[in-house]
Write a protein that binds this ligand. Structure first.
Ligand SMILES: [Ca+2]
Length: 312
């Protein structure tokens, strides 16, 4: 399957890159970078370094948006280490990013595609929204968007806001209302796919470069959060592209809250049953969207997919 990842590398983006680059099920056509966990000027070298560790030196990398559309720019360096990849030391990249902007790279790659491409955004949706606004004709060449973002319930950046959506709510609104098929891999499943400390240590000792890096990243997360298990986060979203049957989804109208003082960036998921509640009423206009929302994940299945790919 042809895919493009959009990342803010990012410890768990790094694991997602390792999986996408190593999985025989995916044809990684390119990676676009956007600010998020750290500034885009850190995301680009981090992404190049991780792809080199994975042996994927032929996958193009393009630099994208350096700030959200309207929202103040904030990042999450504390969660991901100052560098963004958990203070794991990697050699400087031997190559440079593509000369064109990520949005232009996306347009070019989508336009040239023989078959529609799956977009996998694992970061604030600024690049993707800009693409859809500027070049709406490329929608025909996007088969689906499988994104990490949002939550049915509790947020992480704020009480109800998941980090990627809360970072750029306007961009998320543009993507969610685009009419494209969307899978929302949100916080309900995001933290569920994990490895133990001894498993991470065995990855480091495996002698396989991708596994060594993944092991170090997992150990960084465990030490940083003072836990005995580390999650693969964004990499689980990539696993759901490889093996959609491992993900339980339900279709709901979803809209992004843009104005609430306490709820800005919330993905409002209307879980009321279709037949028993009139969803469009004087209380609420029609949301006009139908999103596949992840509600559960087969953890063991995605652990296997990740492990097999990084040890290959
Ligand atoms: Ca990310």
């Amino acid at each position: 399957m042809d895919v493009i990842l959009d990342v803010d590398t990012g410890v768990d983006d790094a694991m997602a890159l390792l999986l996408a680059a190593r999985s025989p099920a995916l044809n990684l056509l390119g990676v676009t970078c956007v600010m998020g966990n750290v500034e885009v000027d850190k995301v680009v070298p981090n992404t190049l370094k991780v792809l080199e560790a994975a042996g994927a030196t032929d996958v193009p990398v393009a630099r994208g948006m350096d700030r959200p559309m309207l929202e103040v720019q904030r990042n999450a360096g504390g969660v991901h280490g100052g560098s963004g990849i958990g203070n794991v030391e990697l050699p400087e990249p031997t190559r440079k990013p593509e000369p064109e902007h990520a949005v232009e790279f996306l347009r070019k790659t989508l336009t040239a595609a023989q078959n529609p491409i799956t977009l996998v955004p694992l970061a604030p949706l600024t690049n993707i929204a800009t693409l859809l606004v500027q070049y709406p004709e490329v929608k025909n060449n996007i088969s689906q968007i499988v994104l990490m973002g949002g939550a049915i319930g509790m947020g992480n950046a704020s009480a109800t806001g998941e980090f990627n959506i809360r970072q750029d709510p306007e961009a998320a609104d543009i993507v969610f209302t685009s009419g494209l098929p969307i899978v929302m891999y949100g916080l309900e499943v995001f933290r569920q796919v994990t490895f133990s400390r001894s498993e991470a240590e065995s990855f480091v000792q495996s002698g396989r470069p991708s596994a060594q890096l993944a092991g170090k990243l997992l150990l960084f997360f465990m030490d940083n959060f003072k836990r005995e298990r580390g999650g693969i986060g964004d990499a689980g979203c990539v696993a759901s592209v490889i093996d959609p049957d491992g993900l339980t989804t339900e279709e709901y109208p979803v809209r992004v809250e843009l104005t609430g003082t306490w709820t800005r960036g919330q993905t409002v998921v209307d879980q009321r049953p279709w037949m028993t509640v009139q969803r469009e009423s004087e209380w609420q206009p029609s949301m006009g969207t139908k999103i596949s929302v992840a509600v559960d994940v087969d953890q063991e299945r995605y652990r296997q997919i990740f492990q097999e790919a990084i040890l290959s």
